[in-house]
Design a protein around this ligand. Sequence first.
Ligand SMILES: Nc1nc(=O)c2c([nH]1)NC[C@@H]1CN(c3ccc(C(=O)N[C@@H](CCC(=O)O)C(=O)O)cc3)CN21
Ligand SMILES: CC(C)C(=O)C(=O)O
Length: 425
Amino acid sequence: MEWIQTPCQLLSLDRLTLTLANTAVRARLSLDMSTGSVARCFTHALRTASDWAAPVASSSRLLSPARAMPTRAFAGGQRILGHACACCRGQKRAYSSYPTERPGAGAFAPRRKRTIMDFNSLKKKKVPVTMLTAHDYPSARFIESIAPPAPAPGAVPAPAGSSSSAAPRGIDIALVGDSLAMVACGYPSTNYLTLDEMLYHCRSVARGCTTSFLVADLPFGSFSASIEDGVRAAVRLIQEGHMDAVKIEGGPEIVPLIRRLTEVGIPVMAHVGLTPQRQAALSGYRVQGKTVSSAVKVWEDACAVQDAGAFAVVLEAVPSKLAAWVTERLRIPTIGIGAGAGCDGQVLVQLDMLGVDSDLGAGGKGPRFLKKYADVGERAREAVRSYVDEVRRREFPTEGEHTYPIEDKAWEGFLEAVKETEREA
Ligand SMILES: Nc1nc(=O)c2c([nH]1)NC[C@@H]1CN(c3ccc(C(=O)N[C@@H](CCC(=O)O)C(=O)O)cc3)CN21
Ligand SMILES: CC(C)C(=O)C(=O)O
Protein backbone atom coordinates (compact mmCIF):
# COMPACT_ATOMS: atom_id res chain seq x y z
CA MET A 1 0.00 0.00 0.00
CA GLU A 2 1.48 3.34 -1.04
CA TRP A 3 1.25 5.97 1.69
CA ILE A 4 1.13 9.64 0.96
CA GLN A 5 2.02 12.25 3.54
CA THR A 6 -0.49 15.09 3.69
CA PRO A 7 0.45 18.37 5.41
CA CYS A 8 2.16 17.66 8.69
CA GLN A 9 1.46 20.09 11.42
CA LEU A 10 3.71 20.89 14.34
CA LEU A 11 1.31 22.10 17.00
CA SER A 12 3.80 22.82 19.71
CA LEU A 13 7.27 21.82 20.66
CA ASP A 14 6.18 18.93 22.81
CA ARG A 15 3.30 17.67 20.77
CA LEU A 16 3.21 16.72 17.13
CA THR A 17 0.21 15.85 15.12
CA LEU A 18 0.65 14.11 11.83
CA THR A 19 -1.93 13.51 9.22
CA LEU A 20 -1.30 10.57 6.99
CA ALA A 21 -3.54 9.47 4.20
CA ASN A 22 -3.82 7.08 1.35
CA THR A 23 -6.76 6.42 -0.91
CA ALA A 24 -8.36 4.11 1.62
CA VAL A 25 -7.83 5.70 4.98
CA ARG A 26 -6.75 8.87 6.69
CA ALA A 27 -4.89 8.67 9.96
CA ARG A 28 -4.04 11.30 12.48
CA LEU A 29 -1.69 10.60 15.28
CA SER A 30 -0.36 12.75 17.98
CA LEU A 31 3.15 12.10 19.18
CA ASP A 32 4.53 12.85 22.58
CA MET A 33 7.78 14.60 21.66
CA SER A 34 9.47 13.89 24.96
CA THR A 35 8.98 10.14 24.85
CA GLY A 36 8.67 9.57 21.11
CA SER A 37 5.58 7.48 21.59
CA VAL A 38 2.09 7.79 20.20
CA ALA A 39 0.06 9.89 22.59
CA ARG A 40 -3.11 9.44 20.64
CA CYS A 41 -4.16 8.15 17.28
CA PHE A 42 -7.32 9.59 15.89
CA THR A 43 -8.28 6.73 13.72
CA HIS A 44 -9.34 3.27 14.60
CA ALA A 45 -8.70 1.82 11.20
CA LEU A 46 -5.07 1.13 12.02
CA ARG A 47 -4.87 -1.17 14.96
CA THR A 48 -1.95 -3.49 14.53
CA ALA A 49 1.78 -2.85 14.46
CA SER A 50 2.03 -3.73 10.76
CA ASP A 51 -0.76 -1.25 9.97
CA TRP A 52 1.49 1.50 11.30
CA ALA A 53 4.72 0.44 9.65
CA ALA A 54 4.20 2.09 6.25
CA PRO A 55 2.84 5.44 7.40
CA VAL A 56 5.45 5.83 10.11
CA ALA A 57 8.28 4.94 7.73
CA SER A 58 7.07 7.45 5.15
CA SER A 59 6.65 10.22 7.68
CA SER A 60 10.13 9.55 9.07
CA ARG A 61 11.50 10.07 5.57
CA LEU A 62 9.54 13.26 5.16
CA LEU A 63 10.44 14.74 8.51
CA SER A 64 14.14 14.06 8.56
CA PRO A 65 16.59 15.63 8.34
CA ALA A 66 14.99 19.03 7.74
CA ARG A 67 13.10 19.11 11.02
CA ALA A 68 15.30 18.06 13.86
CA MET A 69 12.66 18.17 16.59
CA PRO A 70 10.06 15.99 14.91
CA THR A 71 12.74 13.52 13.89
CA ARG A 72 13.49 12.88 17.54
CA ALA A 73 9.99 11.60 17.99
CA PHE A 74 10.73 8.82 15.58
CA ALA A 75 13.84 7.69 17.39
CA GLY A 76 11.56 5.36 19.28
CA GLY A 77 10.07 3.90 16.12
CA GLN A 78 9.47 0.61 17.83
CA ARG A 79 7.35 2.28 20.44
CA ILE A 80 5.25 3.84 17.70
CA LEU A 81 4.85 0.56 15.89
CA GLY A 82 3.90 -1.27 19.01
CA HIS A 83 1.97 1.61 20.46
CA ALA A 84 -0.99 1.23 22.75
CA CYS A 85 -2.66 4.60 22.85
CA ALA A 86 -5.91 4.78 24.77
CA CYS A 87 -8.10 4.65 21.69
CA CYS A 88 -6.54 1.43 20.47
CA ARG A 89 -6.72 -0.58 23.70
CA GLY A 90 -9.45 -2.79 22.41
CA GLN A 91 -12.13 -0.19 22.85
CA LYS A 92 -15.14 -0.13 20.60
CA ARG A 93 -15.59 3.06 18.65
CA ALA A 94 -18.33 5.27 20.05
CA TYR A 95 -21.00 6.07 17.52
CA SER A 96 -24.50 7.36 18.21
CA SER A 97 -25.23 4.45 20.48
CA TYR A 98 -25.31 6.05 23.91
CA PRO A 99 -22.23 4.42 25.38
CA THR A 100 -22.37 5.02 29.09
CA GLU A 101 -18.95 3.92 30.21
CA ARG A 102 -15.66 5.56 29.53
CA PRO A 103 -12.31 3.83 29.86
CA GLY A 104 -9.90 4.43 32.72
CA ALA A 105 -9.61 8.18 32.92
CA GLY A 106 -5.93 8.02 33.80
CA ALA A 107 -5.20 6.78 30.31
CA PHE A 108 -6.08 10.14 28.81
CA ALA A 109 -4.26 13.44 28.61
CA PRO A 110 -6.53 16.41 29.42
CA ARG A 111 -6.47 17.56 25.85
CA ARG A 112 -6.79 14.47 23.82
CA LYS A 113 -9.42 14.33 21.09
CA ARG A 114 -12.94 14.68 22.46
CA THR A 115 -15.32 11.76 21.94
CA ILE A 116 -19.03 11.03 22.24
CA MET A 117 -18.28 9.10 25.42
CA ASP A 118 -16.91 12.30 26.95
CA PHE A 119 -20.16 14.15 26.23
CA ASN A 120 -22.23 11.40 27.86
CA SER A 121 -19.89 11.35 30.82
CA LEU A 122 -20.09 15.15 31.15
CA LYS A 123 -23.90 14.97 31.09
CA LYS A 124 -23.83 12.37 33.83
CA LYS A 125 -21.53 14.54 35.94
CA LYS A 126 -23.55 17.66 35.15
CA VAL A 127 -20.48 19.42 33.73
CA PRO A 128 -21.53 21.62 30.79
CA VAL A 129 -20.29 20.77 27.29
CA THR A 130 -18.78 23.73 25.43
CA MET A 131 -19.41 24.17 21.72
CA LEU A 132 -18.45 27.07 19.47
CA THR A 133 -18.55 27.57 15.73
CA ALA A 134 -15.43 27.62 13.60
CA HIS A 135 -15.81 28.66 9.99
CA ASP A 136 -12.23 28.70 8.75
CA TYR A 137 -8.62 27.89 9.65
CA PRO A 138 -7.92 30.90 11.91
CA SER A 139 -11.14 30.49 13.90
CA ALA A 140 -10.34 26.78 14.29
CA ARG A 141 -6.77 27.53 15.42
CA PHE A 142 -8.20 30.00 17.86
CA ILE A 143 -10.35 27.28 19.45
CA GLU A 144 -7.41 24.88 19.53
CA SER A 145 -5.11 27.48 21.08
CA ILE A 146 -7.19 27.94 24.24
CA ALA A 147 -7.10 24.23 25.05
CA PRO A 148 -5.06 23.46 28.16
CA PRO A 149 -1.61 22.10 27.36
CA ALA A 150 -0.74 18.44 27.49
CA PRO A 151 0.56 17.27 30.90
CA ALA A 152 4.23 16.83 31.69
CA PRO A 153 5.48 13.34 30.85
CA GLY A 154 4.62 10.91 33.60
CA ALA A 155 2.00 13.18 35.18
CA VAL A 156 -1.32 11.54 35.97
CA PRO A 157 -3.84 13.47 33.89
CA ALA A 158 -7.17 14.52 35.32
CA PRO A 159 -10.19 12.89 33.72
CA ALA A 160 -12.15 15.04 31.28
CA GLY A 161 -14.67 17.15 33.12
CA SER A 162 -13.26 16.36 36.56
CA SER A 163 -12.90 20.03 37.34
CA SER A 164 -15.32 22.55 35.92
CA SER A 165 -13.75 25.77 37.11
CA ALA A 166 -10.11 25.26 38.13
CA ALA A 167 -8.80 24.01 34.79
CA PRO A 168 -10.27 25.40 31.59
CA ARG A 169 -11.18 22.50 29.35
CA GLY A 170 -11.19 24.40 26.11
CA ILE A 171 -13.92 23.93 23.53
CA ASP A 172 -15.27 20.37 23.44
CA ILE A 173 -17.04 20.60 20.09
CA ALA A 174 -16.16 22.80 17.12
CA LEU A 175 -19.19 23.33 14.90
CA VAL A 176 -18.87 24.17 11.23
CA GLY A 177 -22.41 25.51 11.30
CA ASP A 178 -24.22 26.58 8.18
CA SER A 179 -24.50 30.01 9.85
CA LEU A 180 -21.22 30.45 7.94
CA ALA A 181 -23.42 31.11 4.89
CA MET A 182 -24.47 34.39 6.49
CA VAL A 183 -21.45 35.10 8.70
CA ALA A 184 -18.57 34.12 6.41
CA CYS A 185 -20.11 34.28 2.93
CA GLY A 186 -22.61 37.15 3.24
CA TYR A 187 -25.59 35.17 1.94
CA PRO A 188 -29.01 36.37 3.11
CA SER A 189 -29.88 32.97 4.56
CA THR A 190 -28.26 29.64 5.39
CA ASN A 191 -30.23 28.03 2.55
CA TYR A 192 -27.92 29.48 -0.12
CA LEU A 193 -24.99 27.40 1.07
CA THR A 194 -24.12 24.41 -1.13
CA LEU A 195 -22.56 21.16 0.02
CA ASP A 196 -19.37 21.96 -1.91
CA GLU A 197 -19.06 25.32 -0.20
CA MET A 198 -19.57 23.66 3.16
CA LEU A 199 -16.87 21.09 2.38
CA TYR A 200 -14.37 23.83 1.56
CA HIS A 201 -14.92 25.40 5.01
CA CYS A 202 -14.86 22.01 6.77
CA ARG A 203 -11.44 21.13 5.37
CA SER A 204 -10.01 24.45 6.56
CA VAL A 205 -11.45 23.97 10.05
CA ALA A 206 -10.18 20.39 10.29
CA ARG A 207 -6.66 21.59 9.49
CA GLY A 208 -6.75 24.00 12.44
CA CYS A 209 -8.67 22.10 15.09
CA THR A 210 -7.27 18.74 16.14
CA THR A 211 -8.61 18.02 19.61
CA SER A 212 -12.20 19.31 19.58
CA PHE A 213 -14.86 16.96 18.21
CA LEU A 214 -15.72 18.27 14.74
CA VAL A 215 -19.36 18.59 13.66
CA ALA A 216 -20.67 20.10 10.42
CA ASP A 217 -24.19 20.96 9.32
CA LEU A 218 -25.74 19.05 6.44
CA PRO A 219 -26.64 22.07 4.26
CA PHE A 220 -30.22 22.82 3.28
CA GLY A 221 -31.34 20.59 0.41
CA SER A 222 -28.46 18.12 0.68
CA PHE A 223 -30.68 15.58 2.47
CA SER A 224 -34.18 16.56 1.37
CA ALA A 225 -34.75 14.55 -1.82
CA SER A 226 -33.92 11.10 -0.44
CA ILE A 227 -32.18 9.23 2.35
CA GLU A 228 -29.52 8.22 -0.19
CA ASP A 229 -28.80 11.90 -0.88
CA GLY A 230 -28.42 12.51 2.85
CA VAL A 231 -26.09 9.54 3.30
CA ARG A 232 -23.92 10.61 0.36
CA ALA A 233 -23.73 14.18 1.65
CA ALA A 234 -22.83 13.00 5.17
CA VAL A 235 -20.18 10.62 3.85
CA ARG A 236 -18.62 13.55 1.93
CA LEU A 237 -18.54 15.68 5.10
CA ILE A 238 -16.64 12.89 6.87
CA GLN A 239 -14.44 11.74 4.01
CA GLU A 240 -13.67 15.01 2.20
CA GLY A 241 -14.51 17.50 4.94
CA HIS A 242 -12.64 15.53 7.62
CA MET A 243 -15.45 15.94 10.16
CA ASP A 244 -16.26 13.57 13.02
CA ALA A 245 -20.04 13.93 12.86
CA VAL A 246 -22.87 15.72 11.07
CA LYS A 247 -25.64 17.96 12.39
CA ILE A 248 -29.12 17.83 10.88
CA GLU A 249 -32.03 20.19 11.52
CA GLY A 250 -35.47 18.63 11.92
CA GLY A 251 -37.74 16.23 13.80
CA PRO A 252 -39.58 13.04 12.84
CA GLU A 253 -39.08 13.68 9.11
CA ILE A 254 -35.32 13.11 9.44
CA VAL A 255 -35.64 10.02 11.66
CA PRO A 256 -35.05 7.53 8.79
CA LEU A 257 -31.89 9.42 7.77
CA ILE A 258 -30.56 9.56 11.36
CA ARG A 259 -31.21 5.78 11.64
CA ARG A 260 -29.36 5.05 8.41
CA LEU A 261 -26.39 7.28 9.28
CA THR A 262 -26.13 5.78 12.75
CA GLU A 263 -26.18 2.30 11.18
CA VAL A 264 -23.28 3.11 8.87
CA GLY A 265 -21.30 4.69 11.68
CA ILE A 266 -21.75 8.40 11.10
CA PRO A 267 -22.61 10.14 14.38
CA VAL A 268 -25.52 12.56 14.15
CA MET A 269 -26.15 15.67 16.22
CA ALA A 270 -29.80 16.66 15.83
CA HIS A 271 -31.16 20.24 15.95
CA VAL A 272 -34.73 21.08 17.05
CA GLY A 273 -36.66 24.16 18.17
CA LEU A 274 -35.80 27.11 15.93
CA THR A 275 -34.40 25.49 12.81
CA PRO A 276 -32.95 28.31 10.64
CA GLN A 277 -33.15 26.25 7.44
CA ARG A 278 -36.95 26.54 7.82
CA GLN A 279 -37.06 30.20 8.71
CA ALA A 280 -39.19 31.04 5.66
CA ALA A 281 -41.67 28.26 6.49
CA LEU A 282 -41.70 29.33 10.14
CA SER A 283 -42.24 32.98 9.12
CA GLY A 284 -38.87 34.15 10.42
CA TYR A 285 -36.49 33.40 13.26
CA ARG A 286 -39.06 32.89 16.01
CA VAL A 287 -38.77 31.38 19.44
CA GLN A 288 -40.34 27.88 19.40
CA GLY A 289 -42.20 26.03 22.16
CA LYS A 290 -44.07 29.00 23.61
CA THR A 291 -47.56 27.51 23.15
CA VAL A 292 -48.82 24.14 24.37
CA SER A 293 -48.74 22.54 20.93
CA SER A 294 -45.37 24.05 20.05
CA ALA A 295 -43.83 22.94 23.37
CA VAL A 296 -45.17 19.41 22.82
CA LYS A 297 -43.64 19.44 19.34
CA VAL A 298 -40.20 20.41 20.71
CA TRP A 299 -40.41 17.54 23.24
CA GLU A 300 -41.62 15.02 20.64
CA ASP A 301 -39.00 16.11 18.10
CA ALA A 302 -36.25 15.71 20.72
CA CYS A 303 -37.52 12.22 21.64
CA ALA A 304 -37.78 11.20 17.98
CA VAL A 305 -34.20 12.18 17.12
CA GLN A 306 -32.86 10.58 20.29
CA ASP A 307 -34.65 7.32 19.57
CA ALA A 308 -33.37 7.37 15.99
CA GLY A 309 -29.78 7.36 17.31
CA ALA A 310 -28.63 10.99 17.54
CA PHE A 311 -25.74 11.34 20.02
CA ALA A 312 -26.75 14.89 21.04
CA VAL A 313 -29.35 17.49 20.17
CA VAL A 314 -29.17 21.26 19.73
CA LEU A 315 -32.13 23.09 21.29
CA GLU A 316 -32.37 26.52 19.64
CA ALA A 317 -34.51 29.43 20.87
CA VAL A 318 -36.92 27.61 23.18
CA PRO A 319 -38.07 28.75 26.65
CA SER A 320 -35.47 27.86 29.30
CA LYS A 321 -38.06 26.05 31.44
CA LEU A 322 -38.94 23.74 28.56
CA ALA A 323 -35.27 23.16 27.62
CA ALA A 324 -34.37 22.20 31.21
CA TRP A 325 -37.37 19.85 31.41
CA VAL A 326 -36.41 18.17 28.12
CA THR A 327 -32.74 17.97 29.18
CA GLU A 328 -33.63 16.14 32.40
CA ARG A 329 -35.59 13.53 30.48
CA LEU A 330 -33.29 12.83 27.53
CA ARG A 331 -30.45 10.31 27.73
CA ILE A 332 -28.39 12.27 25.21
CA PRO A 333 -26.81 15.67 25.92
CA THR A 334 -28.71 18.80 24.89
CA ILE A 335 -26.70 21.75 23.56
CA GLY A 336 -28.56 25.02 23.96
CA ILE A 337 -28.52 28.29 22.03
CA GLY A 338 -31.14 30.61 23.42
CA ALA A 339 -32.39 27.76 25.60
CA GLY A 340 -31.03 28.61 29.06
CA ALA A 341 -28.41 27.21 31.42
CA GLY A 342 -30.45 24.07 32.12
CA CYS A 343 -29.11 22.46 28.94
CA ASP A 344 -26.17 20.03 29.08
CA GLY A 345 -24.05 22.39 26.99
CA GLN A 346 -24.02 25.71 25.19
CA VAL A 347 -23.20 26.86 21.68
CA LEU A 348 -22.70 30.30 20.15
CA VAL A 349 -21.47 31.60 16.82
CA GLN A 350 -17.83 32.62 17.36
CA LEU A 351 -17.96 35.98 15.59
CA ASP A 352 -21.18 36.88 17.45
CA MET A 353 -19.68 36.28 20.91
CA LEU A 354 -16.43 38.00 19.98
CA GLY A 355 -18.41 41.08 19.01
CA VAL A 356 -17.31 41.12 15.41
CA ASP A 357 -20.06 42.70 13.32
CA SER A 358 -21.71 39.52 12.07
CA ASP A 359 -25.01 39.35 10.23
CA LEU A 360 -26.81 39.25 13.58
CA GLY A 361 -24.45 41.30 15.70
CA ALA A 362 -24.25 44.42 13.53
CA GLY A 363 -25.50 47.68 14.95
CA GLY A 364 -25.33 46.41 18.54
CA LYS A 365 -28.55 44.45 18.08
CA GLY A 366 -28.96 40.74 17.78
CA PRO A 367 -31.08 37.96 19.20
CA ARG A 368 -31.72 38.02 22.95
CA PHE A 369 -29.58 34.96 23.55
CA LEU A 370 -26.45 36.58 22.16
CA LYS A 371 -23.84 37.63 24.70
CA LYS A 372 -20.86 39.56 23.41
CA TYR A 373 -17.77 38.67 25.41
CA ALA A 374 -15.60 41.22 23.62
CA ASP A 375 -15.83 44.06 21.14
CA VAL A 376 -13.41 42.71 18.59
CA GLY A 377 -15.18 44.55 15.75
CA GLU A 378 -14.49 47.95 17.31
CA ARG A 379 -10.90 46.97 18.17
CA ALA A 380 -10.38 45.88 14.56
CA ARG A 381 -11.83 49.13 13.22
CA GLU A 382 -9.54 51.15 15.51
CA ALA A 383 -6.55 49.17 14.24
CA VAL A 384 -7.45 49.69 10.58
CA ARG A 385 -8.01 53.42 11.18
CA SER A 386 -4.56 53.70 12.80
CA TYR A 387 -3.00 51.89 9.86
CA VAL A 388 -4.64 54.27 7.38
CA ASP A 389 -3.53 57.32 9.40
CA GLU A 390 0.06 56.12 9.76
CA VAL A 391 0.35 55.23 6.08
CA ARG A 392 -0.94 58.69 5.11
CA ARG A 393 1.51 60.36 7.52
CA ARG A 394 4.37 58.08 6.33
CA GLU A 395 4.84 56.90 9.91
CA PHE A 396 4.45 53.32 8.78
CA PRO A 397 6.66 51.54 7.88
CA THR A 398 9.17 52.86 10.43
CA GLU A 399 12.70 53.01 9.06
CA GLY A 400 14.92 50.47 10.77
CA GLU A 401 12.06 48.66 12.46
CA HIS A 402 9.97 47.46 9.54
CA THR A 403 12.57 47.84 6.78
CA TYR A 404 15.53 45.88 5.42
CA PRO A 405 18.98 47.52 5.28
CA ILE A 406 21.56 47.32 2.51
CA GLU A 407 25.25 47.67 3.34
CA ASP A 408 26.94 50.92 2.26
CA LYS A 409 29.42 49.06 0.10
CA ALA A 410 26.68 47.24 -1.81
CA TRP A 411 24.70 50.44 -2.17
CA GLU A 412 27.69 52.36 -3.59
CA GLY A 413 28.38 49.48 -5.96
CA PHE A 414 24.78 49.52 -7.08
CA LEU A 415 24.85 53.28 -7.78
CA GLU A 416 28.04 52.78 -9.74
CA ALA A 417 26.51 49.89 -11.72
CA VAL A 418 23.41 51.82 -12.75
CA LYS A 419 25.11 55.15 -13.44
CA GLU A 420 24.52 54.87 -17.17
CA THR A 421 20.97 53.52 -17.08
CA GLU A 422 19.96 56.02 -14.40
CA ARG A 423 20.86 58.88 -16.77
CA GLU A 424 18.95 57.24 -19.61
CA ALA A 425 15.80 56.64 -17.58
N1 LIG B 1 -24.38 35.23 13.20
C1 LIG B 1 -25.32 34.30 13.33
N2 LIG B 1 -25.61 33.79 14.54
C2 LIG B 1 -26.58 32.86 14.70
O1 LIG B 1 -26.80 32.41 15.86
C3 LIG B 1 -27.29 32.42 13.56
C4 LIG B 1 -26.95 32.99 12.30
N3 LIG B 1 -25.98 33.92 12.20
N4 LIG B 1 -27.57 32.59 11.15
C5 LIG B 1 -28.38 31.42 11.18
C6 LIG B 1 -29.14 31.33 12.41
C7 LIG B 1 -30.19 32.41 12.53
N5 LIG B 1 -30.33 32.55 13.94
C8 LIG B 1 -31.22 33.45 14.56
C9 LIG B 1 -31.50 34.65 13.96
C10 LIG B 1 -32.37 35.56 14.56
C11 LIG B 1 -32.97 35.26 15.77
C12 LIG B 1 -33.89 36.27 16.38
O2 LIG B 1 -34.00 37.37 15.92
N6 LIG B 1 -34.56 35.92 17.47
C13 LIG B 1 -35.47 36.82 18.16
C14 LIG B 1 -36.70 36.01 18.56
C15 LIG B 1 -37.96 36.71 18.28
C16 LIG B 1 -39.16 36.01 18.93
O3 LIG B 1 -39.64 35.01 18.37
O4 LIG B 1 -39.58 36.46 20.00
C17 LIG B 1 -34.85 37.39 19.44
O5 LIG B 1 -35.17 38.53 19.75
O6 LIG B 1 -34.07 36.69 20.10
C18 LIG B 1 -32.68 34.04 16.37
C19 LIG B 1 -31.80 33.13 15.76
C20 LIG B 1 -29.36 31.73 14.64
N7 LIG B 1 -28.35 31.51 13.63
C1 LIG C 1 -25.97 28.47 15.79
C2 LIG C 1 -25.63 27.04 15.60
C3 LIG C 1 -26.37 26.12 16.52
C4 LIG C 1 -25.82 26.63 14.17
O1 LIG C 1 -26.63 25.81 13.85
C5 LIG C 1 -24.98 27.26 13.14
O2 LIG C 1 -23.94 27.84 13.46
O3 LIG C 1 -25.35 27.14 11.96
